[in-house]
Design a protein. Sequence first.
Length: 191
Amino acid sequence: QGKTELLPLIFLYIMYFLYQMKQFNGFRAEIIKRFNYQIDLEIANQELKQSKDELIEQTAKLVHISRLAALGEMSAGIAHEINNPLTIMKGGAQLIEKNIMRDDYDRDLILKQSIKIQNSITRITNIIKGLKNFSNLSDNRPKQLVALSDIVEDTFNFCQEPLVNNNIKLIIEPVPECRLFCHPVQISQVL
């Protein structure tokens, strides 16, 4: 009789044990499902990050290509802009040469022509500096502290010829003395 009294209790323990096993299997399945979901989410995040990085890289390349395209369009005007000072230099050098060959050469004329040649060289240097700055891919370079007046002057020197060719007179008010921590090329492009 003692054994028959324990039978319902053993039955209850077995049922409780089976119930706990079922709960554990459900819990384990939910954990595995969440773990798989977490792995899928991590993979999707990696792919999204890679796509974002590729998009940023492509955008940077497109910006650089657009800079080069703008540079190509402006090259004819710039060639003309550089040719003018070269013509002045050549004419000035010829005048100096002819004047020196004479016995009574004119020092004032030689000095005046020398100054014209030096100014023309400065003009060409500024145009080339503007070209170089404009065409550089500055996005990956560190920002620098630059005077705003220098950026405005470089941009104006670089873009002056198309304005002159279209009978546009650009008057720039004095630029305040301030320095910017920036990528000068990007400011130049905006201007």
